[in-house]
Design a protein around this ligand. Structure first.
Ligand SMILES: *Cc1c(COP(=O)(O)O)cnc(C)c1O
Length: 403
């Protein structure tokens, strides 16, 4: 069957990595694609649409307010900007010049990653706290909450916390020391869904702002995300993201999103303007979010488990490799397949196997993060029902050739 990518001469790939941006995320549910098409057929006031989105996001996350961003990274950017400027339109206009405002964001050293470009884009300085010697094998400890408390000062705009199963110190402790000093906590929870309970968990734990990806497990448009949290901060983020090319006399921001009474005037285009979202993304994200929140978690897990079981089945009698369905203790909601390669017998390393899958036809992308241990990982999030069998066939081809 021909598809739009064939016309462009672009290969489609079998994506067993998961919703990675470089692999275009996943395959959208028809309801989401249809909602985006419908959204594309009318014009709306974008602030009004974001105010409606805020109500939906607030209902599903328990946060005071929410906002649709062009991704979790964009959420971190405008969320940080909000923590720096508050509701001061002059400070908003000045960014990334942070003159006169708190301009440091604290982060446990082990949470540093290259998505934090988004935070630094606002002009703040990231201050790393503590040393995580548990990762070097030289020790067992990570940054502790009292170290964050000690690092907080008059220049501290926020504490950034990157949420993973293994993140330390515990979020609740970080929130406690930050709030004692009246400093907000921004949580990067980009990939922390499922479990769907995490939609509320970080807010319940006291986070002031939480950023989620819309294009990962939620199944929304690839360039969408959610920022949710405190009303004043979401409002400050919105003010630095919405298009502000409007005469003050004609500016009528929706009160639910922006309280005009608290502002001396309207800011101009803000630092978030380069990461704009379209109405199609907003409507698509909201549709996907409702579907994600409504799906029975057990049914979702079983859907993924069936794909992975089919893959294990398709890998039966594979020479020099053993496939096993694994339910990771830290991410039990997402079953995956571990393919352990007997590298010596196979005459190829796990990394070479990943490369061959990627370079062959069909083009198959597998997760290489454990190749140093001779293991290739396959995940279910972006797989279509017929693809496990195709992967199995290709694995038999590649590993069989070597035998
Ligand atoms: C994926 C990811 C991001 C970026 O999310 P986008 O929605 O693609 O912007 C940020 N932080 C972490 C930890 C991620 O895993």
């Amino acid at each position: 069957m021909s598809n739009i990518y064939e016309k462009l001469g672009v290969r489609t790939v079998i994506n067993a990595v998961g919703p990675a941006t470089r692999l275009s995320g996943g395959v959208m549910r028809p309801e989401v694609a249809d909602a985006m098409r419908q959204a594309s057929q009318h014009c709306v006031d974008m602030a009004e649409l974001q105010a409606a989105a805020s109500a939906v996001i607030a209902r599903l996350t328990g946060a005071e307010a929410g906002y649709v961003t062009s991704g979790a990274a964009a959420g971190l950017l405008i969320g940080t900007a909000a923590c720096v400027t508050g509701l001061d339109p002059l400070a908003m206009n000045r960014l990334p010049d942070t003159t006169g405002r708190p301009d440091e964001v604290l982060i446990p050293r082990s949470h540093r990653n290259f998505y934090d470009h988004a935070i630094r884009t606002t002009g703040v300085k990231l201050i790393e706290v503590g040393i995580a010697d548990r990762f070097s094998g030289a020790g067992v400890r990570d940054t502790e909450a009292w170290e964050i408390a000690a690092a907080i000062g008059p220049r501290t705009a926020a504490v950034c916390y990157v949420a993973y199963g293994h993140s330390l110190p515990p979020l609740e402790q970080v929130v406690q020391v930050a709030h004692t000093a009246n400093v907000p906590v921004i949580v990067d929870a980009a990939g922390q869904l499922p479990p769907a309970a995490n939609l509320r968990h970080f807010i319940d734990s006291g986070a002031d702002l939480v950023a989620f990806s819309g294009g990962k497990a939620i199944g929304g448009p690839q360039s969408s995300g959610i920022l949710c949290g405190r009303r004043d901060l979401v409002s400050a983020a919105a003010l630095q993201h919405l298009d502000q090319d409007i005469l003050p006399e004609l500016w009528r921001p929706p009160a639910a999103l922006i309280d005009r009474e608290r502002l001396p005037g309207a800011p101009q285009h803000g630092i978030g303007r380069p990461c704009k979202v379209g109405k199609e993304e907003i409507v698509g994200l909201l549709t996907a979010l409702e579907l994600f929140a409504a799906e029975d978690p057990e049914a979702r897990r079983e859907r993924w488990q069936a794909l992975m079981t089919n893959l294990v089945e398709a890998c039966r009698n594979l020479p020099h490799a053993h496939a096993q369905l694994v339910r990771d203790r830290k991410r039990p909601e997402i079953p995956v397949v571990h393919l352990d390669v007997d590298e010596e017998a196979a005459g190829m390393t796990a990394l070479e196997l990943v490369a061959q899958l990627q370079d062959g036809t069909p083009c198959i992308h597998a997760n290489p993060s454990d190749v140093r241990d001779g293991r290739v990982i396959f995940g279910p999030l972006c797989l279509q029902p017929h693809e496990p069998e195709q992967i199995g066939r290709r694995l038999h081809q590649v590993l069989g050739q070597q035998a």
